[in-house]
Ligand binder design. Sequence first.
Ligand code: 13P
Length: 342
Amino acid sequence: MTHEQISNLNKIAKQMIAPGKGILAADESMKSIEKKFTKINLESTEENRRAYRDMFFTTPGMEEFISGVILFDETIRQKTADGTPFVELLQSKGVLPGIKVDGGLEPMADSPDEKVTKGLDGLAERFAEYAKLGAKFSKWRAELSVSDILPTDNCIQENNKRLAEYAKLSQEAGIVPMVEPEVMMNGENTIERCTEVSEKVLTSLFEELKKAGVALEGTILKTNMSIPGQKSGQTAAPEQIAEATLRVYNKTVPKNIPGIVFLSGGQSSIEATANLNAVSQAGSQPWPISFSYGRALQDDALMIWQGKPANVTDAQKAFYKRARLNSLAVQGKYSSEMENEA
Ligand code: 13P
């Protein structure tokens, strides 16, 4: 990679992590969007999926808080109700279009309880097409389940090798990779176990990125906070979550990474905002830290929308509010009383 190519990637990465802004993950796979729509009794048709994404992307002023949107393969080809391609709409608002490129999960050959992310076949060709369609960044997610014995070293290594191979191909296409190892928060594990696993996963990730020759200046890390498993019965205050999360990052994440963004991973909208705020309030770090939420940015709007055009304006207001509160949280200026404001 030439200096110029790396500098171009670095410029995009910095735009993604611009002060006070974060990323909307709107790249749900067919299975995930169906799960969301089931909650509101809505069939997952192409038009319903289009209308749902249209609602978020056309929200007036969302660009004050949102620097980029991760799209799904179907979504990057879709248009607004008035026929403007989504990519064009986002560009006109100064919002970077991104694209999810992984192909979902497959079982690990020698560890059937674990999954490894697939999607490397034909990826270089797909990147060439996505670059033409206007994608400026991409995402690949690996899922790591936690128990007393999981994840295995093999699973961590195989997932991170694939993440590194993906990141290299993304950069070669001029697209900033958002590498996402997600240590799952749906287990019985304590916050201490999540912290220990996260440290191991990130240490291995940066080893693999280095081996593959990925330019860190043109890479964004998307990952989990250190948080107790949802079935652990343990609770942790935002300050404790922030302290454990930042301890791991400071041990593992190289200083030339342009930014780190959180996934929400099943936290409620309010928890995800409060925890992000605590991270920001813990003081200055070597990298900017922001959000790249899916559920925590969308869920309030989804429940108001209910698939009905008449509810779009109110749902957009709810999305705008969530985006604004998360923007305040990135600056450490959020407080729970703000939840009661309009
Ligand atoms: P959640 O914030 O809903 O976890 O989604 C973020 C994401 O992009 C997961 O890959």
